[in-house]
Ligand binder design. Structure first.
Ligand code: MN
Ligand code: FE
Length: 331
């Protein structure tokens, strides 16, 4: 059996399973279950309304990140449900995609909750993907990049179309969820470390945990398609993938400079850009491609702040008990 293009696969027959990784990602997702209402926004509301704690630039950066993520989450959900699901008939992979779709709904709910509690203008936030050029550029890039599998007649039948499928999967999983989310994650978590907007910061941490599993599933899916169809992973195609990732890195760096031109207390804008390069190198490696940037991680605390074993006390105060501390590798 193969993960795509297998007319013998019965999508309703999940046992026995073939791809243990798909099952594992499903279980990791369930073990991380959370909802936005579990996180108190009281302090955030005080800080947001007092007008004293946050600088104008910090307020702008928070709004930009809410603007980017609020629409990016539904874009991702639609991609899974309307495009990817149809082509991946393997039942345990579909089981995971259903879980992922639910998590994207939780993320969408998070931004509804943030808008409601902070009293933000939804017209402003939900239009930023059109009104802010560096957000528009990212979304347009992903939409363009992932057009072929949205075609109603698209099939993954031959080498060329399997390459298109991989190209689009890389657009969804590696570029959107694996690169375009990370400057925003770093900014919001940096604010949290300074005691600013800690509720939203905590929600971003939960989202980042979920996203790192989405990314892991995406890479396993991509690498499985590669392994089962080795002819598609030609040198020419690999070069194409590297170019896409480089273009995505430029867009994400542009976003980082625009959202946070003067940096945050103790962090300059260039460090956010370096972080994007570092993250991109890790994504490349995960696809079996060589690093492009060799940039050192400027924010080692990014992995630490979401490392469950290192944040025991934090979690003991939470309603949700996290069960699989050792089984997840955070990005
Ligand atoms: Mn998400
Ligand atoms: Fe996701």
């Amino acid at each position: 059996m193969t993960i795509i293009n297998n007319s013998k696969t019965d999508p309703n027959k999940i046992l026995p399973m073939q791809y243990a990784w798909a099952r594992q990602h499903y279980k990791s997702g369930v073990a991380n279950n959370w909802t936005p209402e579990e996180v108190s926004m009281q302090k955030d509301v005080e800080q947001w309304k007092s007008g004293k704690v946050l600088t104008e630039k910090e307020r702008r950066l928070i709004l930009w990140n809410l603007g980017f993520f609020s629409t990016a989450e539904s874009l991702t959900a639609n991609n899974i449900v309307l495009a990817i699901y149809r082509h991946v008939t393997n039942p345990e992979s579909r089981q995971y995609m259903l879980r992922q779709a639910y998590e994207e709904a939780v993320h969408t709910d998070t931004f509804i909750y943030c808008c409601d509690t902070l009293g933000l203008d939804p017209e402003e936030i939900y239009n930023m993907y059109k009104t802010i050029p560096s957000i528009d550029d990212k979304d347009t890039f992903v939409v363009e990049l992932t057009k072929s599998i949205f075609e109603p007649t698209f099939e993954t039948a031959d080498t060329k179309n399997i390459q298109k499928f991989l190209h689009d999967l890389i657009g969804y999983y590696v570029i959107m969820e694996g690169i375009f989310f990370y400057a925003g994650f770093a900014m919001m978590l940096a604010l949290k470390r300074q005691g600013k907007m800690v509720g939203i910061g905590e929600q971003f941490e939960y989202i980042m945990r979920d996203e790192s599993i989405h990314l892991a599933f995406g890479c396993d899916l991509i690498n499985t398609v590669k392994a089962e169809n080795p002819e598609v992973w030609s040198e020419k195609f690999q070069k194409e993938v590297v170019e896409l990732i480089k273009k995505a890195v430029e867009l994400e760096k542009k976003y980082a400079y625009d959202a946070c031109p003067e940096g945050l207390l103790g962090i300059n804008a260039e460090q956010f850009a370096n972080y994007v390069e570092h993250v991109a190198d890790r994504r490349l490696q995960r696809l079996g491609l060589p690093k492009v940037y060799q940039t050192e991680n400027p924010f080692p605390w990014m992995s630490e702040s979401v490392d469950l074993t290192k944040e025991k006390n934090f979690f003991e105060t939470r309603v949700t008990e996290y069960q699989t501390a050792g089984s997840l590798k955070w990005e």
